[in-house]
Design a protein around this ligand. Sequence first.
Ligand SMILES: Cc1cc2nc3c(=O)[nH]c(=O)nc-3n(C[C@H](O)[C@H](O)[C@H](O)COP(=O)(O)O)c2cc1C
Length: 343
Amino acid sequence: MFYQVSLDASKVINVTPRYARLRAGVNGSVNGSAKAKGQIIGWENIELISDRSLDIMLNEFKQLKEEFPDRILIASIMEEYNKAAWEELIDRVEQTGVDALEINFSCPHGMPERKMGAAVGQDCALLEEVCGWVNAKATVPVWAKMTPNITDITQPARVALRSGCEGIAAINTIMSVMGINLDTLRPEPCVEGYSTPGGYSSKAVHPIALAKVMSIAKMMKSEFGDKDFSLSGIGGVETGSDAAEFILLGANTVQVCTGVMMHGYGLVKQLCAELKDFMKAHNFSSVEDFRGVSLQYFTTHMDLVRRQQEAIQQRKAVRKGLQSDKDWTGDGFIKETESMVSN
Ligand SMILES: Cc1cc2nc3c(=O)[nH]c(=O)nc-3n(C[C@H](O)[C@H](O)[C@H](O)COP(=O)(O)O)c2cc1C
């Protein structure tokens, strides 16, 4: 995945600092101080899309495809609410030979002020319209990247698939305020004394991302089961186990962002090795062998209650100890006696 291009990079003005961290066992307000030693579990960013010019990015796409023609390159793109601008961007990006496009309908901060990112992903009518433009123009597969900052993430996912997208990616970051500095009373990340809510990522969002991916996967299975759509799981992935969980919930691919920012590219090699170990332990020879396997174990709370009541009834029905005196074996009588003692 290659971040994140739009036509006019001069409109993108980033601030610094633009990240704030949450550490385990430490109040967010003292992050960054000498006291903050715990493991980093959460990350907030108020970064915009790339401020590098489109021409530079397009050259890099081309170069990458030339150097690695057998690898998949997916360009992440976004534009303003303007059909002609989307068409021009898609055309120019596709000319570099990318294999697919991921559309950012999900950035929660900064970009929505320009009617981009989550401003589209949170409005199903707008989303349908923009997906229509994108899919009418694109000749390569299109993934719609979804925001979790919405009550029911399956609604925009359904709209994107019905509007011609071939895949869903989820999740983007969760709207957050990382903390307040209790000395200065100013929020983090603090830019000239002020802040703006930003996107939360890293380990802490993994369970939330799993729930969102699970519900999208269930919806895709029940409503689009016969179609060859794909799902990309994102959020708090650092290890092979994190990746395996997304695949077990139906993801075809998995993405890593903050993990690589914190630990470097080496994390990906380690992740792949751990994922292979997991597959070996279960005798899985391909991702398809276990993709979506855990989805069947989700049900309603009412059904959990019913299952538990049934299990209790069954356990009660089994009589403790020997069922009848003819079951005494003689040699095993000590164990058999024990099985009928109550204290
Ligand atoms: C610093 C930073 C910049 C990001 N920029 C983009 C972006 O330009 N486009 C996008 O779709 N998602 C962007 N994201 C969101 C990530 O791709 C990902 O969806 C999210 O961070 C959750 O995954 P993670 O926990 O592995 O980081 C960004 C995340 C971070 C932390």
